[in-house]
Every structure is written in C-alpha cells, then in structure tokens.
Ligand binder design. Structure first.
Ligand code: IPM
Ligand code: MG
Length: 366
C-alpha cells in the first residue's frame, strides 16, 4: 500500500509529521512518498500542484494531506494560489464525496462555545459534494455587465450548476452512510430561490425512493445554519452542495470545541481518497509547536478504514486519541483548567505512547 504524503503550508508540515509517526507505529507495512503542494510547491516548483505531485497522488492508494494557503500568496493570480492545489486534486482525482464528521468528545464538552447540554454526545456527519457547484461551474470570469441596472459596468460572475448524475451519486452516498448510522438524512438546499437547488431537492427525493428505511427531510440552508447551533443533535447525516457544505462544515466543527479535532475524507467512486484535517493552514501559529495534530491523526484513522481496509488499526488510533484526552492532555485550542497543556509534538508523543501501550513523560507548555 502506497500513501502519498502532501504536508503543504503553515501548520501542515507539523501536524502531518505527527500523523506519519502514528502511521509508523501500527505494525503495518506502508510505502510513503512525500511531495510538495500549495504555497510550498509554488516556491519550489513555480506551481501549487506540480505534475509530479499530481502523478504521485493519482498512483497512491491514499493521500494524506495537511493544509495549504498563506496570506502572502493573496496577490498571485488565481491559478497559482495555494488553494488551487486542493481544488485541483479534488477535481483530478474525482473526489466528489467529502465526509466531515462532527463528533463532540465527552472530555471536550466544555470546550465548545455552546452550552454543554446542547453538544454533549454530538455525532453528526456532513456529506459535502466536492467537485461541482459554483466552485467549478463554467462560465466564470470578469466582463462588462451585459444587462441590468448597471449594464456596461465591470462585473464578475460565477456559475452555480449541478447535473442529475452528480446529485444522484452524492445522494446514494448519503443514504448509504445513514444506513450505518441513525437512518436519517437532511438534504440542505435553497430551493425557494435557486433553480439549481430545486433540481437538487427533486433528484434527492427521487433517489430516496430506493431507501425507504432511511428518513429524509429537506431543509433550507439558512434554517440549517440556525438549527446547527440551536439543536445540533437533531441531525444525523446532512448532505449538501459544495458551497453550502463548505460553510456548514466549519460551523459544525465549532460545535465540537475545536476545528482542530475534526478529520475529513474525500472519496472518489472507487473508494480511493484524500484525507485531511477540516481546518486550514493557520499561518499565524505555524512553526510554533502550537497546532493540534489530532484532526490529522484522526484523518489517518479514516484513511485506514475507508481506503486501506484496516478497520482495526483505525479503531486503535481512535481509542488512543480518546485515552489521551481522558488523561487530560490538551493542545492550547482545547485546553481548559486542570488539564495538561502540550504542544504539537508532545501531543503526537502522547498518541504514539497510547498506541504502544506505554506512557510518556509529557512536556508541558507554559
Ligand atoms: C475546505 C477549504 C477549501 C474549500 C479551500 C481551502 C479551497 O475551505 O476544504 O473547506 O473551500 O473547499
Ligand atoms: Mg472550508
């Protein structure tokens, strides 16, 4: 099994390093190969997604991705910005199904900005369509407004679009995922305003006929944003488009206390996948040994389960993370009174120690 390791920018290198250590102590044989991506690749090779990196990602059985982006690249033309690397990987590998679980770990109930009783035991799954919608829709660009009140003025435009097969396949993924959980799917749309999402709603409803054992509800995206902070535990699986999914998954992440806890998987139709933390590159804390590596470590667990057929190893990682949290070991983002504050590397040490059944001397951060 070959794993492509793409650390990227900012905290990406630090968190991926800890995840790779965790991979290394599982008694499984993997071949790993590291390549540059994002701003780091732009610096080294003049492009955020060099040919060689894309080739490696395509050949590998799975991709472990850190994060990309830095404000210093904001002035670059769009095609050279770090974000194009992740968008290009998603498109080129056909990674249309993005799984973003939001789980509130018992020990972190108090780290959430919501009342503990609202989030205690929270376990929801956002399934975001990842290769369509306004993110990729053509045409897009700048032009002179062809009509309207400001005809002739400079304007910019993007195109929101979804085809029937794109909606059908993500709907199947959502209903099948719900069958392994609490059998409820909430499809999030904006059918009251947008043609694209009226179509989305119609197609999801049609696909649902094949899943009579799963409950389907439809919800407008504005209401979904509200319900997520009002009564998040009422959800089981949420399925939505690329743009709404981007926004709602950040919102859901914060319910759990820290976005630093949330892994994600992006899968194609063959089950191949890219695994990355749900958070970004956080350039402000990069290189300071402050970042929480748990989202990336938990992404490795998802990789073992979804792409590498090693469910026991995935379980081992997840229980190691739980035991580390139970022992009160916390990076700054999830720290609370009475706990031990550690840096990125020491958090990795703690997980590695939990996996090998030993304890480690924790280096505390002041
Ligand atoms: C995400 C990120 C990306 C997105 C950016 C980095 C392009 O926000 O994975 O949620 O918008 O999809
Ligand atoms: Mg996002």
């Amino acid at each position: 099994m070959k794993i492509a390791i793409l650390p990227g920018d900012g905290i990406g290198t630090e968190i991926v390093a800890q995840a790779v250590r965790v991979l290394g102590c599982l008694d499984l044989k993997f071949e790993t190969e590291t390549a540059a991506v994002g701003g780091a690749a732009y610096e080294a090779h003049g492009h955020p997604l060099p040919e060689a990196t894309l080739k490696l990602a395509k050949e590998a059985d799975a991709v472990l991705f850190g994060a990309v982006g830095d404000w210093k690249y904001d002035k670059l033309e769009r095609a050279l910005r770090p974000e194009q690397a992740i968008l290009g990987l998603r498109k080129n590998l056909g990674l249309f199904a993005n799984f973003r679980p939001a789980i509130c770990y018992e020990q972190l109930t108090h780290a959430s900005s919501l009342k503990p009783e609202l989030v205690a035991g929270l376990d929801i799954l956002i399934i975001r369509e990842l290769t369509g919608d306004i993110y990729f829709g053509q045409p897009r660009g700048r032009r002179e407004a062809p009509d309207g009140a400001f005809k002739g003025a400079p304007e910019a435009f993007d195109t929101m679009r979804y085809s029937r097969p794109e909606i059908e396949r993500i709907a199947h993924v959502a209903f099948q995922a719900a069958r392994k959980r609490n059998r409820k799917v909430t499809s999030v749309d904006k059918a009251n305003v947008l043609e694209t999402f009226q179509f989305w709603k119609d197609v999801v409803t049609e696909v649902h006929a094949q899943y009579p054992d799963v409950e389907l509800e439809h919800m407008y995206v504005d209401n979904a944003a509200m319900q997520l902070v009002k009564a998040p535990k009422k959800f089981d699986v949420l399925v939505t488009g690329n743009m709404f999914g981007d926004i709602l998954s950040d919102e859901a992440a914060m319910l759990t206390g820290s976005i630093g806890m949330l892994p994600s998987a992006s899968l194609n139709e063959f089950g191949r996948g890219l695994y990355e933390p749900s958070h970004g590159s956080a350039p402000d804390i990069a290189g300071k040994d402050l970042a929480n590596p748990l989202a990336t470590i938990l992404s490795v667990a998802m990789m073992l389960r979804f792409s590498l057929n090693q469910p026991e190893a995935a379980d081992r990682i997840e229980s190691a993370v739980r035991s580390v949290l139970a022992a009160g070991v916390r990076t700054a983002d999830i720290w609370s009174d009475g706990c031990t504050k550690v840096g990125t590397r020491a958090m990795g040490d703690a997980v590695v120690a939990a996996l090998s059944g030993t304890t480690t001397k924790i280096i505390t951060k002041s």
